[in-house]
Write a protein that binds this ligand. Structure first.
Ligand code: ATP
Ligand code: MG
Length: 485
C-alpha cells in the first residue's frame, strides 16, 4: 500500500488545521467541496476532484498511523476514505458534458476504483490485527472531526491518566506546570499532541531493557555517578533534596564500543524511573515533521511520569554546534530542548534527568554541554576491566586457558575497546569449529575441543583495535579539560 500511495505521501503534508477546516464545518465531509449546491453535469469532474482530494488526505493519514503502529487510528482514516470514495462512485454522470470533461471524470473514477480496492485490503488486514469485526468497517462512520476522533482521543487521555505515574501526580501537579506549560498534554485540543504522546508512549518509552547492572564490566566511576544521580534519588526522593538534589544533566562520552549505551540500558532496567530512549531518528522522523513539538511533548510526558530519565544516544547528531549553515528545523529543535531542559531543572520538585551519550563530545553545542553538568568519561577498558571482560565472556565457553594465558591475552589487547574484545572472543570461539571440516555435521557438541591461547593469538591478527591512538588521545584531552572525572 505504501508504494501505491507514494504519490500521496509526496504530495501531501500533514496539515491538521486544513483537515480540521475541511471536515469540522459539518458532519458531511463534502460540504466544503461543492458548497452544498446541486450538482450540475459540468461540475461532476470538479466534485470528483473534491472527493479524490479528501480521500487522498484520509489515506495519507491512515498510512502514517500505520507507520506509527496506531492501528485503530489507521482503521478510522481508511474507513473515512472508503466512505468518501463510495460517495464518489455513486455520483451520477450524464452524457451532456464535453469530451475533455468526460476524460477527467474517467481518470478520477479509475484512480478512485484502484484506491478502493487497496483500502478495503488494508481494512481487512487491520481489522484482523485489531480484532475489530468487518461489520464495523461497513458501518457508516461519522466525520473524523466529530465523534470518532474525539472518542479516540478521550480513550487515549483516560489511558494516560490511568497509566500515569508511580511517583508523579499528573500534569497539573505543580504550579509551574500550570503557568509555564499553558497547553498541557491532556488538554490539547488539536489531537496532534495526543498522537505525539501516543508515539512517545509506544516508541520512545523503553520498557524492555535487557542489560543488567552486573553485565557492564568495570566503569565504576560512571556506575557510581548514575547510582547517585538516578537510581537512588528515584528510590529515595526524600533523601535527595536540598544540597543533595541530584544534577539533572549527565553526559557519557568516550571512544566507541565501550559501554555507554549499555550503561544507559542498565540504568533503565535497574532504576524505577520511566526511561525515555530518544534517538536522532525518532526526533527527525519524516513522520513527525515538527521535531520541536515532539521534544516539548516529550518533556511534558516525562514530567507527568517522573521520576524520569531521558536518554539521548548519539546526542552529537542532534545537538551539535550551531552553525550559520545549519537548517532552521535543527535550530528550532535545539532551542526547544534548551528551553524544556531549563524548565525541568528550575523546578526543585521535578525529577527528570537527561543523559546524553556521544563519542564526539567536541562537536556538542556549548549551550547543551553547559547543561549536562556531570560529564563522565567511559574510557577504553584498562588491564583490570579487560581481564574481567574476558572472564565473563569465557564463563560459558569450555576453554583450557590458564590464568597466565589470560594475563598474556590481557596484556596483548592494550587499545582494544569493549566491542573489539567481544569480536575477538567470537573470532577465537570459531577456531575449533573451522578445524572440523566435514565433521561439523556429525560431531557431538561436547566433543568440540576447548578454546586455547593460540586461538586468541591467531584472532588478534584478524581483529585489530578499531580506534586510532590520535582519536583516543583527543578524547583524553577533552576529558581533562571538560570531564568530571
Ligand atoms: P558507541 O559510541 O559506538 O555508541 P558505546 O560506548 O555505546 O559505543 P556499547 O554499544 O555500549 O558501546 O557497547 C558495544 C558492545 O561492546 C556491547 O554490546 C558489549 O558487548 C561490549 N562492551 C563494551 N563495553 C563493555 C563493558 N564495559 N562490559 C561489557 N561489555 C561491554
Ligand atoms: Mg552507543
Amino acid at each position: 500500500l505504501n508504494s501505491v500511495f507514494t504519490e500521496v505521501d509526496n504530495n501531501h503534508r500533514y496539515e491538521q488545521s486544513k483537515h480540521d477546516r475541511t471536515v469540522s464545518t459539518s458532519s458531511n465531509p463534502m460540504s466544503g467541496v461543492d458548497g452544498g449546491g446541486p450538482v450540475t453535469n459540468e461540475r461532476v469532474a470538479y466534485k470528483l476532484k473534491g472527493y479524490f482530494d479528501l480521500a487522498k488526505e484520509e489515506i495519507a493519514k491512515g498510512v502514517r498511523s500505520e507507520e506509527w503502529g496506531l492501528h485503530e487510528d489507521a482503521l478510522l482514516h481508511y474507513r473515512n476514505a472508503q466512505r468518501i470514495m463510495n460517495e464518489a462512485s455513486s455520483t451520477p454522470c450524464t452524457s451532456y458534458i464535453s469530451s475533455s470533461e468526460k476524460e477527467k471524470v474517467r481518470l478520477y473514477r479509475e484512480k478512485i476504483l484502484k484506491w478502493q480496492s487497496q483500502v478495503s485490503g488494508r481494512l481487512q488486514t487491520l481489522s484482523k490485527r485489531t480484532g475489530v469485526g468487518m461489520s464495523e468497517n461497513k458501518r457508516a462512520v461519522p466525520s473524523p472531526s466529530s465523534a470518532s476522533v474525539s472518542t479516540a482521543s478521550n480513550r487515549r487521555i483516560s489511558s494516560q491518566r490511568t497509566s500515569l505515574p508511580r511517583g508523579g501526580t499528573g500534569m497539573a501537579r505543580s504550579p509551574r506546570n500550570a503557568t509555564t506549560n499553558p497547553k498541557p498534554v491532556k488538554e490539547s485540543a488539536s489531537g496532534y499532541d495526543d498522537k505525539l504522546v501516543e508515539m512517545i508512549n509506544t516508541t520512545i518509552v523503553d520498557r524492555s531493557p535487557s542489560v543488567k547492572w552486573d553485565d557492564v564490566a568495570g566503569l565504576d566511576g560512571a556506575k557510581q555517578a548514575l547510582m547517585e544521580m538516578v537510581i537512588l534519588p528515584a528510590k529515595r526522593r526524600d533523601l535527595f533534596t536540598g544540597l543533595r538534589r541530584p544534577a539533572r544533566g549527565l553526559l557519557l562520552f568516550g571512544p566507541p564500543g565501550n559501554g555507554k549505551t549499555m550503561l544507559a540500558k542498565a540504568v533503565a532496567s535497574e532504576s524505577q524511573a520511566t526511561f525515555f530512549n530518544v534517538s536522532a531518528s525518532s526526533l527527525t522522523s519524516k513522520w513527525v515533521g515538527e521535531a520541536e513539538k515532539l521534544v516539548k511533548t516529550l518533556f511534558q510526558v516525562a514530567i507527568s511520569r517522573q521520576p524520569s530519565v531521558i536518554f539521548m544516544d548519539e546526542i552529537d547528531s542532534i545537538m551539535s554546534t550551531r552553525s550559520i549553515s545549519e537548517n532552521e528545523a535543527s535550530r528550532r529543535l535545539k532551542s526547544e530542548f534548551l528551553i524544556q531542559f531549563d524548565g525541568v531543572t528550575s523546578n526543585p520538585d521535578d525529577l527528570v534527568i537527561v543523559i546524553g551519550a556521544t563519542n564526539k563530545p567536541q562537536e556538542l553545542d556549548d549551550a547543551v554541554l553547559r547543561r549536562l553538568v556531570k560529564r563522565i568519561y567511559v574510557p577504553l577498558p584498562d588491564t583490570n576491566v579487560r581481564k574481567l571482560l574476558f572472564k565473563t565472556k569465557l564463563k560459558c565457553q569450555p576453554h583450557s586457558l590458564s590464568s597466565g594465558d589470560i594475563d598474556k591475552i590481557v596484556r596483548e589487547t592494550e587499545g582494544y575497546s569493549g566491542s573489539d574484545l567481544q569480536a575477538l572472543c567470537e573470532e577465537a570461539a570459531m577456531m575449533p569449529i573451522r578445524e572440523l571440516g566435514a565433521n561439523i555435521l556429525t560431531i557431538q557438541a561436547n566433543k568440540v575441543r576447548p578454546l586455547k591461547y593460540d586461538d586468541f593469538r591467531k584472532s588478534m591478527a584478524v581483529i585489530r583495535p578499531s580506534l586510532s591512538k590520535s582519536k583516543w588521545e583527543e578524547l583524553e584531552r577533552w576529558n581533562s579539560e571538560f570531564g568530571s572525572n
